[in-house]
Design a binder for this molecule. Structure first.
Ligand SMILES: Nc1ncnc2c1ncn2[C@@H]1O[C@H](COP(=O)(O)OP(=O)(O)OP(=O)(O)O)[C@@H](O)[C@H]1O
Length: 305
């Protein structure tokens, strides 16, 4: 039985339209399925939690963007009992990028119904204050999170999505945030042993996947299945240089420049001198002074071919 969780509102309403095209194919193929639609923020988490609390195996197919994938993974009771398939129709689609999932929803559905390969993916876990939150792609503190915070309330995202230019949203907001951002000082502790101090930090991000923010390959070496987090810090450079680095980051070439620091670890603690925006997979977690990220002990099976 396939359980579809659909965000009809993803990419400013594309989710619902894509589902209308896909459902007849499912009916034709006579595969058993049921479909649930998200009605509000974090609804996907609540639905997944209820669904997976029976202790049984489930195959959950997510139709939406990275935010919906984040919410579904956040609700899975026992990661090792669930297989996830993904039909990416969001504006950033960084989760799909790492696994090279088909962008065409019909092809994505066909691959899900006849899976050729699976990946066993690590799932990130963020600690802040006395709370925890899972992430699939990345969790960051500073500039990247400020962009996500603004994207949530941005009219620009709606307009660019309508024009089919959703990918530009994050780049345009990044430009705007960079002008207004005050770089902070941060302390980054890797695996509880090595503490590094940075000043004038634009942001620090812990990445499970190589891409975030709609195709920025911030940690080109990151592998979502290798049991490690990749950490990137951008620090001690001018706003102009940070801005000029962004196009290089689409290819992962920014890491060759001074001011970009990358590390691998199993756990990272990031502390800012001021409270800064935080995100998990592009979903805002409000302002925090300190976050800690690691990986869940269990892996999640993802249909990737
Ligand atoms: N019915 C709904 N109405 C409004 N918002 C919803 C609804 N269902 C889910 N959401 C919220 O929509 C947000 C964004 O969803 P999603 O990530 O799937 O799409 P996107 O923003 O278009 O894609 P991306 O994250 O790749 O840019 C999530 O925070 C989710 O909680």
């Amino acid at each position: 039985m396939y359980t579809f969780i659909i965000n009809p509102n993803a990419r400013s309403g594309l989710g619902g339209r894509v589902w209308e095209q896909l459902e007849p194919k499912l009916k034709e193929s006579s595969v058993p399925y049921r479909a649930f639609f998200t009605k509000y923020q974090r609804h996907a988490t609540a639905m997944t939690r209820k669904l997976t609390s029976d202790g049984q195996e489930h195959t959950i197919i997510v139709l939406g963007g990275d935010g919906t994938i984040n919410e579904v993974i956040g609700g899975i009771k026992n990661l090792s009992l669930v297989t996830v398939g993904y039909i990416p129709i969001g504006s950033s689609n960084d989760f799909a990028r790492a696994f090279a999932l088909p962008r065409d929803p019909q092809k994505a559905l066909a691959a899900i119904l006849s899976p050729a390969s699976y990946s066993y993916m690590n799932v990130g876990l963020l600690f802040y204050k006395n709370r925890t939150k899972r992430f699939a792609v990345s969790a960051g503190l500073g500039f990247d999170a400020a962009i996500c915070h603004q994207a949530v309330i941005s009219r620009m995202k709606v307009i660019l999505n309508r024009l089919g230019l959703g990918k530009l949203t994050y780049a345009a907001i990044a430009f705007h945030r960079l002008i207004h951002l005050r770089p902070a000082s941060m302390q980054v502790t890797l695996d509880g042993k090595k503490t590094l101090s940075f000043s004038k930090v634009f942001f620090t991000v812990a990445m499970n996947h190589p891409y975030e923010g709609g195709g920025f390959r911030f940690c080109p070496e990151a592998d979502p299945c290798d049991g490690l987090l990749n950490v990137m810090v951008i620090s001690g450079i001018s706003r102009i240089k940070a801005l000029l680095l962004l196009p290089f980051a689409f290819k992962g070439w920014h890491t060759r420049f001074h001011g970009v620091y990358t590390y691998t670890c199993k756990e990272v603690q990031i502390e800012g001198d001021i409270a800064l925006p935080v995100h998990t997979d592009g979903e805002p977690v409000f302002l925090q002074h300190s976050i800690r990220a690691c990986l869940e002990p269990e892996k999640l099976r993802v249909i990737t071919g």
